[in-house]
Design a protein around this ligand. Structure first.
Ligand code: NAD
Length: 358
């Protein structure tokens, strides 16, 4: 399994393989870029089929965090960690304490938070072994998922304004895939704004809750791509936009919280070719990381949410640039992120970098 020659390797600064025999922890921490500051990113727990799948996820997600922080104008770099294992059966206090100790060895170059398969409670356990955590109840903001959902909601508004030329979501039909931490909160915001919902999840309890609370309709998980909705909101796992699903989409807009929605970068171009407006995942789902970046003794929720709401303007700029430059929105977002990373890199002195990463 090559690292420097890996297809997802993109000049990542550091990749740490972690093993703790006592707890059974097997994890990978990937730090992509600390130019803007310490790398910040969630920890995912997933039963990967192989170590290469875990490394691929860690490398891709870490780079995504660098771009996300740059476009959200945060003083952070990009990092991500993955724990190889089934979150339903393999969680233990010892496992999360071991993970916390590994994070601590990095001295603040990586700040850990929750992600798929990892709850705020799990991060609270890690916090007993390291202070380099974010998104805990004690650090100020708590669970970032409602803020992520709010950012996705504002992003959908930007996409609807650009593609459909309307401000109101009243009567808009949204198909939501995944009713977990983010999907459920997103449904609430959309229902409050008058949108009509069709939802799917592999968890029938989550579906029943959404149907009851938001008068949502439901379809089988595999049928969500065929729903004749205005917006398709992927809020489950990544890689759902691919050669098989794109031809089935009826929606004019793809805008949801899932990370790495495009199976491959070329699928961004394919969406554009079919006049489907894609809200780049790492831009629209930045609400959680923006929110936790405000944590600290002077945490002000109103200020944090106002910062999250700026996702709407950033996406508006990306949609306009993509149209002007004749490139897919995914490419316009990457270009803007690289532009925002570069000036900081040029302005930095080696001393400044060490300070930022401390
Ligand atoms: P979660 O684990 O709470 O929820 C995911 C949901 O998707 C679960 O209910 C699961 O049953 C469902 N699901 C899995 N496979 C499915 C399928 N094939 N069809 C339909 N539903 C399916 O995760 P979350 O925190 O809500 O995050 C959702 C997505 O958003 C992830 O990709 C995550 O990386 C991304 N994201 C989350 C945050 C956050 O603040 N939580 C921030 C940024 C990005």
């Amino acid at each position: 399994m090559p690292l420097f020659g890996h297809r997802e390797f993109d000049a990542h600064e550091q990749v740490v393989f972690c093993h703790d025999a006592a707890s059974g922890l097997k994890a990978i921490i990937a730090i992509h870029d600390t130019t803007r500051g310490p790398s910040l990113g969630g920890c995912r727990m997933w039963p990967y089929a192989g170590e290469d799948d875990a490394l691929t996820d860690a490398l891709r997600l870490a780079r995504g965090m660098s771009y996300k922080s740059a476009l959200a104008d945060l003083p952070y770099g990009g990092g991500k960690s993955v724990i190889i294992g089934d979150s339903r059966t393999m969680k233990s206090e010892a496992l999360f304490l071991a993970m916390g100790r590994f994070v601590d060895t990095l001295g603040g170059r990586y700040v850990i938070a929750e992600d798929v398969g990892i709850s705020v409670d799990d991060v609270e356990i890690m916090a007993r072994a390291t202070r380099h955590v974010a998104g805990t109840r004690s650090s100020g903001g708590g669970d970032p998922s409602p803020a992520t959902a709010y950012g996705v909601f504002m992003g959908i508004r930007a996409a609807v304004a650009h593609a459909l030329g309307r401000d109101s979501l009243d009567g808009l039909h949204v198909a939501v895939q995944g009713l977990g931490h983010v999907g459920h909160h997103l449904c609430r915001k959309l229902a409050e704004a008058g949108a009509r919902l069709t939802v799917s999840d592999i968890d029938s309890g989550a579906v029943a809750r959404a149907c009851k609370e938001f008068s949502a309709e439901t379809v089988d998980p595999e049928a969500i791509y065929d729903v004749a909705a205005d917006v398709f909101a992927p809020c489950a796992l990544g890689g759902v936009i691919d050669d098989q699903t794109i031809p089935r989409l009826k929606a004019r807009i793809v805008a949801g919280s899932a990370n790495n929605q495009l199976a491959e970068p070329r699928h961004g171009a394919e969406l554009a070719r079919r006049h489907i407006l894609y809200a780049p995942d790492y831009v629209i789902n930045a609400g959680g990381v923006i929110y936790i970046s405000h944590e600290g003794p002077s945490f002000d929720e109103t200020e944090a949410l106002a910062h999250v709401a700026r996702i709407r303007d950033t996406l508006g700029e990306i949609f306009a640039r993509a149209a002007q430059q004749g490139v897919p929105t995914s490419e316009a977002a990457d270009r803007l992120a690289r532009e925002r990373l570069r000036p900081v890199a040029k302005a930095k002195t080696p001393g400044a970098k060490a300070t930022a990463a401390a």
